[in-house]
Design a protein. Structure first.
Length: 316
């Protein structure tokens, strides 16, 4: 961006419109215009009432570029938040601030004019710099506004974070979150009749509804994973979960001990804390020697435990 950019992204009724280039080769769609009308009343900050079909087409192009890179939607939120501040999500094709161009107002040092006005290229360049500045996925735990600033190097770093919630709203509308609601995970857990005479018996070889009736099969059923379900060690990998702190557990998250043989490994589904001090919690589990259970446990809360907390990537 051009250091010193201050008003390109701020809608102003009295200002003359800035010249822009198309963001998508297919132009503005009827869906873009309809979404803009829907979002205008839901946005809270400076884009409220100013979103139109063209700006949505630009946001759509940015989001598509993030998805093409295989990055998660958090990366799209960072990119869209930046575009809100820099240009009001427009592909500005005249150098009105130094030599900055495009949806991110990238300077000439970023690339040629043609490259910076290509939203897919510009977004890729933005993401490349973000990944360089935040190695090993560290950007995912950083504050959105801080990431925007570290990539853009603006004179006005305080402007990004206030727009992050609107960035999230725009991205969520263009890239609906897949997966299973937490309440549905619990509802599915209850279908195996935990802690009743009708509970599903435990077995590592038998199936119920196509899922193995062991711990990992039960969890796979609640998350809607492919039948018969991955084994416990697979559930503890990035393909299905990411590690979290025990104190961050929410309903539907998992607590897993992936160590040892197939009779030693365990996985439970966190339901709720059993006491105010969080010394134990209610969990759903397909328990060896019993079957489907719902009981109070302390897995992961005691010294020397091999249990760790995980958040399913499919949960929302």
């Amino acid at each position: 961006m051009a250091v010193g950019v201050s008003v390109l992204g701020a809608p102003a009724a009295a200002a003359a419109p800035l010249p822009t280039a198309p963001c998508d080769s297919g132009g503005v769609t009827a869906g873009d215009t309809e979404l803009a009308a829907t979002l205008n009343g839901r946005l809270a900050m400076k884009m409220r009432g100013y979103l139109d079909g063209y700006r949505v087409s630009c946001a759509r192009a940015v989001v598509a570029a993030v998805r093409a890179r295989g990055l998660p939607r958090e990366a799209a939120v960072i990119a869209i938040t930046t575009a809100i501040v820099e240009t009001g999500v427009r592909n500005i094709n005249r150098e009105v601030d130094h030599d900055s161009l495009g949806v991110f107002q990238q300077r000439a040092t970023w690339g040629s004019a043609a490259q910076r006005l290509d939203v897919a290229w510009a977004t890729g360049a933005f993401l490349d710099k973000m990944l360089r500045r935040y190695p090993d996925g560290s950007w995912r735990t950083a504050v959105v506004g801080d990431v925007c600033q570290r990539v853009q190097v603006s004179k006005y770093p305080e402007r990004y974070q206030p727009q992050a919630a609107d960035g999230q709203l725009i991205v969520s509308s263009l890239w609906p979150e897949p997966g299973v609601p937490r309440a549905q995970v619990i509802a599915r857990a209850k279908t195996w009749k935990p802690a009743t005479a009708q509970r599903v018996p435990y077995s590592q070889t038998k199936k119920h509804g196509g899922y193995r009736t062991d711990g990992s099969g039960y969890v796979s059923m609640t998350l809607g994973l492919a039948k018969p379900g991955p084994i416990t060690t697979a559930l503890a990998t990035g393909a299905h979960t990411r590690p979290i702190k025990m104190t961050d557990l929410l309903q539907g998250d998992l607590v897993i001990d992936p160590i040892g043989g197939n009779t030693a490994r365990q996985v439970v589904i966190f339901d709720r804390w059993a006491d105010a001090k969080r010394t134990s919690y209610w969990a759903y589990q397909q328990r060896s020697g019993y079957g489907t259970d719902h009981r109070v446990v302390k897995h992961g809360l005691t010294t020397g435990t091999q249990f760790r907390a995980y958040r399913p990537v499919r949960i929302r």
